[in-house]
Ligand binder design. Structure first.
Ligand SMILES: Cc1cc2nc3c(=O)[nH]c(=O)nc-3n(C[C@H](O)[C@H](O)[C@H](O)COP(=O)(O)O)c2cc1C
Length: 224
């Protein structure tokens, strides 16, 4: 099993450590883990080149292509972010902007429907659920069929300050989640919402040539 982890932050605080707890429990010696963070990626400049010409035409393609390829190669994609002002970090949002061309409305990677996504966030008090929901929503639009969310209240400004009770709860949650993931691997099927959205996009690409690159891609995939 290939696991790709995308950290929405560069520092090793509560969020990083919760992800590590899950990784320790879900990974076996036969698995491969690739970890990235999204710091240092330039902001999307809104040039639309990825959509109208192709992703290689993005001025930041060299900064994002390794991560994108690792996402495509993964069976399980774990994305984490501390909750900042009730949402993901700015740098993770920047990466998500660069993935717009991979939305189901454009050129979703064909392997995405077989993958499991995991969205993790920690918050001092409120907002972690909103943050994991935001990450899960991106995964849905990338056409990932099954996503688990792990929002955690750290009640802290860092891992060393996180109360033992909260850490023990996180231990239990990550143990349960690791079991769910291992059971689900190889048995992922798109749900009704995914299938419906794919059908809608199919009709759209059949009827509207708003992006020749997208339409060509859908034809090459044999989807239209
Ligand atoms: C810029 C910034 C914004 C934050 N926004 C929120 C927030 O909206 N709600 C909240 O409860 N905690 C907020 N926090 C606290 C963090 O979410 C919390 O400490 C989290 O566990 C930090 O994770 P980390 O240790 O991985 O950095 C914020 C912290 C920072 C630095």
């Amino acid at each position: 099993m290939n696991i790709t982890v995308l950290h929405g932050q560069n520092h090793k605080g509560s969020t990083y450590h919760i992800t590590k707890l899950l990784l320790d429990k879900v990974t076996t010696e036969n698995d491969t883990v690739a970890e990235f963070n999204v710091n240092g990626i330039d902001d999307c400049i809104g040039c639309f080149q990825c959509i109208i010409k192709g992703e290689e035409s993005c001025p930041h393609y060299d900064q994002v292509s390794a991560v994108m390829k690792a996402l495509e190669a993964a069976d399980v994609i774990i994305i984490d972010s501390p909750t900042y002002v009730m949402n993901v970090t700015g740098q993770l949002k920047t990466f998500f902007d660069h993935m717009a061309y991979r939305w189901i409305s454009h050129r979703p990677h064909p392997s995405m429907k077989d993958k499991i996504g995991v969205a993790i966030s920690t918050t001092a008090g409120v907002g972690a659920k909103k943050t994991t929901k935001m990450i899960a929503s991106q995964m849905f639009w990338w056409n990932i069929s099954k996503t688990y969310q792990l929002p955690v209240i750290s009640a802290a400004m860092g891992w060393n300050q996180m109360p033992d009770k909260k850490k023990q709860k996180a231990e239990r949650q990550t143990t349960a989640l690791a079991k769910k993931i291992r059971r689900k691997i190889g048995h992922v099927t798109p749900g009704i919402r995914s299938r419906f959205m794919f059908f809608v996009m199919k009709q759209m690409h059949k009827g509207m040539d708003y992006s020749p690159v997208d339409m060509k891609y859908w034809k090459e995939q044999g989807w239209i």
